[in-house]
Design a protein around this ligand. Sequence first.
Ligand SMILES: Nc1nc2c(ncn2[C@@H]2O[C@H](COP(=O)(O)OP(=O)(O)OP(=O)(O)O)[C@@H](O)[C@H]2O)c(=O)[nH]1
Ligand SMILES: [Mg+2]
Length: 257
Amino acid sequence: MIRLPAAEYEFSVILPTRNEAACLPEVIKTIRQTCGKRHYEILVVDDDSPDGTARVAEKLGTRVMVRKNKRGLASAILDGFLAAGSENVFVMDADGQHDLENFEKMIELLCSGEAELVIGCYGPERARSMGILRRGISTGATLISWPVTGNISDPMSGFFGVKRSQIIQNKTWCLRGFKLLPEIILRCPNLRVAQVQVRFNRRAGGQSKMNLKEVLDYLNLMQGLYFEKAKMMLGARRTGKDRKQTNTQGETCELES
Ligand SMILES: Nc1nc2c(ncn2[C@@H]2O[C@H](COP(=O)(O)OP(=O)(O)OP(=O)(O)O)[C@@H](O)[C@H]2O)c(=O)[nH]1
Ligand SMILES: [Mg+2]
């Protein structure tokens, strides 16, 4: 993977995609309208979507990373961080659900250094936009994460910005399932955090990728993070170059340095 110097842009926007060809043009147009003449990049991290998402992204003139042999939202985001050409990196969904009304504010907070982690927190309209089952899953997932994520109001958010160096310097990630933010909050505990309310729109097209497997992966991830949190609280965190942290299936993922 080619890694650009992390200071090339004021900020990077990572859009993880799996079959989002229908939504991507509008999402990219909105980002461009919102960001105006700022010096930034959009990086689409696509898991070889059969609907031609990568081709659409290329036509729109964004950077595109196609992952042929890998799948998974959390790992796609991590690969985006590795490839990003800025220290200030934002992640958002490519389905139009994240309203960019307050994105400018999030950019200012992260780029000025006032915050090192900026989280777009959804308002009550998100719950109203979901069916009962999806709402139950979302509420349950948030409740389960709180022992790990503390007083963050929306640790399940897929819209956030964080200093790239904080992610890169942490060598080990569970990378299971759909959600990366709870793991960032746990593994980077000393960040200055800002929470910004964002509106939540209906999906602009395509289909949600949330399914039973993602729910089970999430439970597996949380089990691993609980274990990690307990170790941290007991002060038993191992240190050193060869440190490895395992999830409940004994898997590890180590970032290249
Ligand atoms: N690269 C990559 N992107 C993914 C994968 N799964 C989901 N995504 C993308 O991640 C973003 C969020 O996925 P969604 O299916 O909208 O999930 P969600 O917003 O949490 O769930 P809904 O509220 O039901 O839409 C979208 O841009 C997806 O295309 C994956 O396995 N790989
Ligand atoms: Mg979505």
